[in-house]
Design a protein around this ligand. Sequence first.
Ligand code: ARG
Length: 562
Amino acid sequence: MDLKKLLAEELEGHVQNTMTEGEINNLIEIPKNPEHGDLAFPCFQLAKALRQSPAHIAEELSKKLEKSKRFSQVKPIGPYLNVFFSSKVIGKTVITKVLKEGHEFGKGSIGEHKTVLLDMSSPNIARPFSMGHLRSTVIGNALANLADKCGYKTVKINHLGDWGTQFGKLITAYKKWGDESKVKSNPIKELSKLYVKFHEEAEKNERLEDEARAAFKSLEDGDNENLKLWQWFRDESIKAFMEIYDLLGVSFDSYNGEAFYNDKMDEVVDLLKDQKLLEISEGAEVVQFDNLQLPPCLIRKSDGATLYATRDLAAAIYRQNTYRFDTALYVVGQEQTVHFKQVKGVLRKLNFEWAEGMHHIPFGLYLKDGKRMSTRKGRVILLEEVLREAIQHAEKNIADKNPSLKNAEKVAESVGVGAIIFHDLKNDRLNNIEFSLKDMLTFEGETGPYVQYTYARAMSILKKSNINKYEFQGLNDEESWEIIKHLNHFREIIENAYNRYSPSVLAKYLIHLSQSFNKYYAKVRIIEKDEEFISRIALVKAVTIVLEEGLRILGIKAPPEM
Ligand code: ARG
């Protein structure tokens, strides 16, 4: 329920046609001091129109609104008209709606009949799954869930880094120094080692780079032996990535990576040629931009090998033809900003109007001691280790607090993983995050486990209440009114979070809802069989519905007991 709209509706009848409901709505404020009211209407503009003093207008309006059942109190404070809503009347509407709609509560319609495509996660074959890929995975997943909640159809695509010159290097390195059984037992680690070794050796021996280029060229030309090796590296890597996705609870609609577009790039090159957009620069074929700030986009190297950007162009066209997306979100680190500007720039030059719906959704880096983590310099943190540690930490916590808990292992997994995901999502997307296991594993304060604990606490109250039919009649205390107002905002929060591509909006909301619930829990005896008992339990039920749904959207599980 839109409380601003409610107030605007009421006021509109009393402004003598000097303002529309919409104009009134735009002026309504939330008082900084909640003791002044739920909402306030500043009377300056109306005063001008009616040639009276704002304070007088506030006074007059308050006399009129007092008659409405919707308000428990109406008071003029200087030039402002302040109102308190009747928590009984409003609360009943809100809570009844939450209980009736259940997990559908908060569902929006802004996305109806529209498709959002998310290019997300996209790790590179034979390379470790980095913290950057973790960010892309969890932010992308949350954005997909938010879009879905707003009514969009979503398509999640894992644009695997499974093609490119690095495979020439890897094949060269494997043929020289590789060991099949070692790769089989620990593929990502062994293949990464080979990759690092290649770079070390290439510094001493220039010819290696040439060999690698030739190996990649032969791969692009379909050489059987090299293709077999590539396929094997790919299969093994995907197996390892799948373990991470299972743990994170993330799935994809497509794993079409860069290699998928191998046979679709000629088309792009032809299109560019037809429209005379290709130019030769230092032997390579490039597209130049009118905006000279943007470096030319490399389409084909002098030896004919295609590039990352060529594959992204082919992918965008293929995806538009296949899914007819309205919006395509590329959830990729901010270091690739220029690349995505180039890709969109080329598509614009080709006059593809749908390219306007493509957006790069960048995010900040994880830093270690203020520096960026690099795979080459060994300053790399393995996501799997982070996840394992978080789960172990959660196990210890549970063993201390609730030693008899059933399913302790599963719960610890949900809590440990939830801690990592929430830690990432609560930060503003663009901020860099200092990597600190200690911060990630803190379960108090503004954390995922804090929200999960709040949910479990509410669930245990429901269990103790022995009630199974929930009905809200009305509550009068301030603490429950705070909660009702939060619940009432859920849909708006979801929409804001999606429109700003910012899951942190939802993460922060869940913290505030949890805090207000915990305040309520501390102050009010919920399980006391007086005449408000039924309503209190209905309120608790509504809180569990929204917390669980909010966590689900962020990609976090809500164990009923912990
Ligand atoms: N594999 C790339 C990397 O790890 C990310 C790919 C992002 N998606 C895209 N369509 N280019 O840097």
